[in-house]
Design a protein around this ligand. Structure first.
Ligand SMILES: Cc1cc2nc3c(=O)[nH]c(=O)nc-3n(C[C@H](O)[C@H](O)[C@H](O)COP(=O)(O)OP(=O)(O)OC[C@H]3O[C@@H](n4cnc5c(N)ncnc54)[C@H](O)[C@@H]3O)c2cc1C
Length: 455
């Protein structure tokens, strides 16, 4: 692509904004970012907002494209599988994939954000912190910005604006004023809260390091992801209302008692449990779908701003990073022909972001409930046996989403076919040895073609 001095304005220096800035700078675009928060390298982030993320193949690919993956290696911890904690304290390990390469990586949101912001500035992007976008004129391309420290309001002219401003996007709010703008938001009745398991006295992890720990309890769940400093970032998922809910746990004694009865082996590891619980905010989880994603060639939405999803497939960030690389692929292919790029971006991407949004909601039930169900675990074993015999054809849905870069919509469709197949094959057996391989062979030949995959 020929280098250009065309200036791109990004709103939001969360995770997608700086990555996109880096990729655009590498093509010679001038990039400015407006971020409403202060610079997190200088101001401590408020407690309970640092939630760890699971980074997998799609996100890693994007970081490789940006030349950043090697730099990230020092701040990630590979997680090889789920470690389930029963009420009795028994541990069961379930690998994520078929081998040691099929793993996911725990990374602190704050560390990742700082690394991306540093790299974006090194590449020559300008980031204006403390500058909240308060409006955008879709006809003239003028944005309104408020300095969050002084309250001063200013306007800026822009040629191309990309809203990377997360699930409460200000750019999307302007698009909502357009006639025939489609928008849906669906909140879960569940909220989440960050808690911490501190490091041991020698800085060591007090639980198995290379696992994502889960305490699945049906209507509620606790998970823990390892940090490089020996701590675990835990997330408690609970209904907002009702018995055993955020509303029902209103005193330190109630919180501790609840944990003792549901997550007893976690309690001795969490000396600050009640303090953490009451000082950290309770977050909500939302699925957002909308269209169109762009206004002519002037404004585009990307990442959570256009497709926020619930966190149960660990894909929100991975999917947003894939948006960034796909957008750049289109820019390269069409030589920065913005109308064409924005049109194709939405056409090809929306079907896939809708698919991962639906799979993420489905996975909520799987994580909080089914991972502890013996029939579900048996089906997982059969799934792995089928994958071992037909590695090019039968790839579990979790693996298609997490370890491949095939379109999410393909993973959803093939996953549904495989699910039906598993139902039929597991119906009357309890041991993998009893699997009817002739029938499996027949079903696979009939219903599945080899997976066209991109690593
Ligand atoms: C509990 C939880 C766990 C998660 N776990 C995972 C996981 O394991 N793996 C995964 O891939 N994803 C995960 N996600 C999803 C992931 O966090 C999001 O998909 C990702 O942060 C989206 O990045 P973004 O840049 O689009 O938005 P954000 O990260 O929300 O960034 C938006 C930025 O825009 C700024 N901003 C907002 N409004 C304005 C404005 N008006 N003007 C200027 N700036 C503005 C914000 O301050 C922010 O910095 C999780 C999410 C949650 C809630």
């Amino acid at each position: 692509m020929k280098p250009t001095l065309e200036k791109i304005t990004l709103i939001g220096a969360g995770l997608n904004g700086p990555l996109l800035a880096i990729l655009l700078r590498q093509r010679g675009f001038a990039v400015e970012i407006y971020e409403r928060r202060p610079d997190m390298r200088r101001v401590r982030m408020s407690a309970g907002r640092s939630i760890n993320l699971a980074l997998s193949t799609r996100g890693i690919h994007a970081l490789q494209q940006a030349g950043l993956w090697e730099r990230m290696r020092s701040i990630i911890i590979p997680m090889k599988g789920r470690m389930m904690h029963s009420i009795a304290g028994e541990l069961t390990f379930q690998p994520y994939g078929k081998n040691e390469t099929e793993i996911i990586n725990s990374i602190s949101r704050a560390e990742l954000n700082i690394a991306l912001v540093n790299a974006a500035e090194e590449q020559g992007a300008t980031i204006h912190f403390n500058q909240r976008c308060t409006g955008y004129d879709l006809k003239t391309g003028v944005i309104r910005v408020r300095n969050e420290s002084t309250g001063e309001e200013t306007t800026r002219e822009t040629a191309v604006v990309i809203g990377c401003d997360g699930s409460a996007s200000a750019i999307r709010a302007e698009m909502l004023k357009l006639s025939r703008f489609n928008f849906s938001q669906q909140y879960l009745d569940y909220g989440y809260k960050e808690l911490t398991i501190p490091a041991g006295s020698h800085g060591e992890h007090l639980l198995e390091t290379h696992a994502l720990h889960i305490w699945p309890r049906g209507s509620h769940m606790l998970i823990a992801l390892p940090n490089i400093d020996g701590t675990f970032a835990c997330i408690l998922f609970l209904p907002f209302e009702g018995t055993d809910s955020f509303a029902s746990l209103s005193t330190p004694a109630e919180v501790v008692q609840f944990f003792q009865s549901r997550f007893p082996d976690a309690v001795p590891l969490m000396p600050q449990l009640a303090d953490n619980y009451f000082s950290n905010p309770t977050g909500s989880m939302v699925t957002i779908k909308c269209s169109p994603w762009h206004v002519e060639a002037r404004a585009l939405l990307l990442g959570d701003a256009v497709h926020a999803i619930v966190p149960f497939f660990g894909q929100g960030l991975n999917c947003g990073f894939e948006d960034c690389t796909f957008l750049l692929e289109l820019l390269d292919r069409h030589d920065a022909d913005w109308p064409r790029v924005f049109g194709e971006f939405e056409n090809e991407r929306k079907v896939n972001t809708d698919a991962i949004a639906d799979m993420a909601i489905e996975n909520f039930t799987e994580m909080r409930d089914r991972v502890a169900d013996s029939r579900f675990l048996f089906r997982k074993k059969v799934e792995l046996a089928l994958e071992a015999k037909y590695p090019e054809v039968f790839v579990p849905k979790y693996a298609m989403v997490t370890f491949h870069r095939i379109p999410y919509s393909v993973a959803l469709a093939r996953g549904a076919v495989q699910d039906r197949m598993l139902g039929e094959l597991c119906e009357s057996i309890n041991r993998v040895e009893d699997l009817d391989w002739a029938k499996a062979d027949q079903l696979i030949r009939r219903d599945l073609s080899p997976l066209e995959t991109r690593q």
